[in-house]
Design a protein around this ligand. Sequence first.
Ligand code: SF4
Length: 290
Amino acid sequence: MSNTSSIEISKKRKPKWLRVKLPTGENYKQVRSLVDDYKLHTICESGHCPNMGECWGAGTATFMILGNTCTRSCGFCNVATGRPLPVDWDEPDRVGRSIKLMKVKHAVITSVDRDDLSDGGSIIWAETINAIRRISPGTTMETLIPDFRGIENQMDRVLEAGPEVISHNMETVRRLTRQVRIQAQYDRSIGVLKYLKDNGAHRTKSGIMLGLGEEVDEVRQSLYDLREANVDVVTLGQYLQPTSNHLPVNNFVEPDVFKQLEEEALKLGFIHVESGPLVRSSYHAEKHIL
Ligand code: SF4
């Protein structure tokens, strides 16, 4: 792969490398019932993640806090947009207790955007990290945070709580950001990642989806921009359209292209790179703390 012609396309049918088995098995069922009993929101479900069977089968899940309604409306995302419910101050403890019950060694926590709250949801973020530390002290964490509109004291609350990994996803290249994440800004997100690293984050991480119409050189530029912000870990995966109301898939990127980008990213100095059609930002997250 050396130019954009190699990311040619099968536009209509999902290629065979993207077909996955439906989730089954005892561990999957146990996680399923805990998620239901504790009224937890997982991004695994709302994001229609193709790896849900694998992750839940291994007894892990990515939790979404601050409710299941987002104040933003990214074109790729299956989370509902609207006016969120009031903050649930019991949520941090409930998440902590579930993680303990599920014996999760490494938890990934993410949230909807809460631009309606004066603290951007950062207090619940910090309380959730602290609750997990208190209730399940052996569990390490990745926190996949919103951009907090770049407000430093909101990011500081997460930094002070000290999760092992702090991630913030770029989702796409600079040119497509307005189309894909309408209320976000490419440079603000890069700035967030840089601020986190400059201010004591142990490990930072970001993710980009491919197949939205980006050129491969634009992906390379984004990888370069992330390294300029000292980001440690990057994930690259295929975008899949959750419903017909979401942005369409422009192209299915060949596995070889992902492999090539992985090699290039490692040469740029990322410590970990997950790159493949089925990769999602939480995929193999437990490896990224090392
Ligand atoms: S901010 Fe996050 S949760 Fe909200 S619509 Fe965008 S991707 Fe989805």
